[in-house]
Design a protein around this ligand. Structure first.
Ligand SMILES: [Zn+2]
Length: 181
């Protein structure tokens, strides 16, 4: 019993690429790990033979290539330009926001101080609260645009890298084709 269980799997060679293939007793179809060819296990008169069932096709390879190159160079460049525009918009918003927040904060603070000196406590406190809010807004704008700017810069770097890679691949392809011709 134990002996027959040990001999249930046998070592064969792939009919296409000669790679080692393990054939189990209950296997009828198996895929070669070396060339991805699918072999059929034929059992006749107590002998076992492997016969090619499906040869590996190139379609899977070309699909891989399609997945690896999702965007054309033109699309990448277009996206890069858009991201750079967005980045400069954020920079502009940051300057305007900082300017507005700073001016308001300073103005409210100044008026609040004047009111306090003039002993108008109610108005003075209100002004100082507004000043604090304005500076809070200023800090928010700064932090917010810093975060979005760094995420956009990350995207820009990634796309520039992809463009460089694409150009490198194109140059290599041209070089290879030149040698093949
Ligand atoms: Zn094979």
């Amino acid at each position: 019993m134990e002996l027959s269980e040990v001999s249930r799997s046998m070592l064969f060679r792939c009919p296409l690429c000669n790679a080692d293939i393990m054939v189990n007793d209950d296997t009828s179809l198996l895929t070669c790990q070396g060339c991805q060819a699918v072999s059929i296990v034929e059992r006749r008169h107590g002998t076992i033979a492997l016969k090619i069932h499906t040869k590996p096709t190139n379609t899977t390879k070309s699909q891989d290539r399609k997945l690896r190159e999702p965007l054309s160079l033109g699309k990448l460049t277009k996206e890069l330009v858009e991201l750079k525009q967005e980045s400069s918009t954020i920079r502009g918003r940051k300057i305007v926001g900082a300017f507005a927040g700073g001016i308001c904060g300073t103005l409210f603070g100044y008026m609040g101080s004047l009111d306090l000196i003039g002993k108008d406590f109610g108005s003075g406190v209100t002004m100082l609260v507004c000043a604090a809010a304005a500076f809070g807004f200023l800090r928010f704008v700064m932090r917010d645009s810093a975060a979005s700017a760094s995420s956009i810069n990350g995207k820009i770097e990634e796309i520039e890298f992809q463009i460089a890679e694409r150009q490198k691949a194109d140059i290599q392809r041209l070089f290879r084709n030149g040698h093949l011709d």
